[in-house]
Design a protein around this ligand. Structure first.
Ligand SMILES: NC(=O)c1ccc[n+]([C@@H]2O[C@H](COP(=O)([O-])OP(=O)(O)OC[C@H]3O[C@@H](n4cnc5c(N)ncnc54)[C@H](OP(=O)(O)O)[C@@H]3O)[C@@H](O)[C@H]2O)c1
Length: 137
């Protein structure tokens, strides 16, 4: 994309924001990773306003996840958000999350937002499983 096209693409997005879509998510199960802050939190809050049957915030800290649950309750009145622990830097955590989902997920997942990560790492680091980290800490 040349520079002019890039400026045009950015300008177009600033000038005319797309409409915020709403739907009835009654009976649906929604899972957002990295939902305690940033875009993930805003996405989770958006879904909360559409009243899903379950809204699972997959976070690597119980404390941060529970704070997000309380903020969602306060901002939207939705009281069914749950924190589930998930650290994507560790396969063991991913496996434990998947095992838990199999047992407690109720056999369905309607919307998955795989948001957790950072845009670019400053330095090359490996996870304990030997893969390049795409998140800090
Ligand atoms: N913001 C932008 O302009 C932009 C642009 C392009 C792409 N993105 C992408 O959009 C996503 C969210 O961006 P953001 O700006 O909202 O980022 P953010 O505010 O830094 O939030 C990132 C979220 O991901 C979680 N996370 C990071 N590593 C994790 C791991 N190993 N396991 C589990 N959770 C992990 C963080 O948890 P902790 O709070 O525990 O760290 C946090 O909840 C990222 O994937 C980013 O690359 C963002």
């Amino acid at each position: 994309m040349d520079r002019l096209a890039l400026y045009f693409a950015i300008f177009k997005q600033i000038k005319s924001l797309p409409p915020v879509l709403q739907a009835d998510l009654t009976g649906k199960v929604v899972l957002v990773t990295g939902a305690n802050t940033g875009l993930g939190f805003e996405a989770a809050k958006h879904f909360a306003r559409m009243n899903p049957q379950r809204l699972i915030l997959a976070c690597r800290s119980d404390e941060k996840g529970n704070q997000a649950v309380r903020r969602i309750e306060r901002d939207t009145g939705y009281t069914k958000a749950e924190t589930w622990l998930l650290d994507l830097n560790r396969f063991a955590s991913v496996q434990a999350f998947a095992d838990r989902y199999e047992k407690e997920g109720g056999g369905r997942l309607d919307i998955l937002v795989e948001n957790a990560a950072i845009s670019s790492a400053q330095t090359y680091e490996k996870t304990e499983d030997g893969y390049m980290k795409t998140s800090v800490h």
